[in-house]
Design a protein around this ligand. Structure first.
Ligand SMILES: [Zn+2]
Length: 158
């Protein structure tokens, strides 16, 4: 199985709702594939958070807004986000407020990723400056950083 297939099936796999022989295939893949292992860890961490949260105070506008978002999502269905679908599915019985936790968690996660990227760009700048003796790279990295940030924001806004 391809990594993309594995990742699509991970939510079901982690819910222990998956049957043989697919279960076996995924287990075998996870033993040898670091990327999919990472993805599995991430998903099970969110699942733990959802299970531990039963009551979160949210703004009174949060639930109507969320319902509207879910409706929009159902109407569109253009971009398939397996993780979002999965989160919705387990969050409904737990309580809509749990989605709020995902939003917070997702925000932290994106922030972390962005920090890593900023560090990478700083390193790169330093390297280029060492080689060329100038900071002409600065302009380029500035632009790509904005792009990267926008990209992350769009991802996170889903
Ligand atoms: Zn993989």
């Amino acid at each position: 199985m391809e990594c993309s297939e594995i990742i699509n099936r991970l939510p079901v796999f982690l819910d222990s709702e998956i049957a043989e022989p697919e279960k076996f295939l995924i287990e075998e893949h996870l033993k040898s594939c670091f990327n999919c292992q990472k993805e599995a860890e991430k998903l099970s961490r969110v699942s733990d958070i959802l299970n531990s949260v039963t009551d979160v105070e949210v703004s009174p506008y949060f639930i109507p807004r969320l319902k509207r978002r879910i409706k929009e999502e159902e109407v569109r269905q253009v971009v398939r986000l397996p993780f979002f679908d999965w989160a919705k599915r387990i969050a409904v019985p737990v309580g809509v407020s749990a989605l709020f936790v995902i939003a917070v968690f997702g925000g932290n996660y994106l922030g972390h990723r962005l920090n890593q990227r900023l560090e990478k760009v700083a390193e790169l700048n330093q390297e280029v400056a060492n080689v060329t003796g100038s900071t002409s790279f600065e302009d380029f990295s500035e632009g790509s950083l904005v792009d990267a940030y926008n990209g992350l924001l769009t991802e996170g806004g889903k």
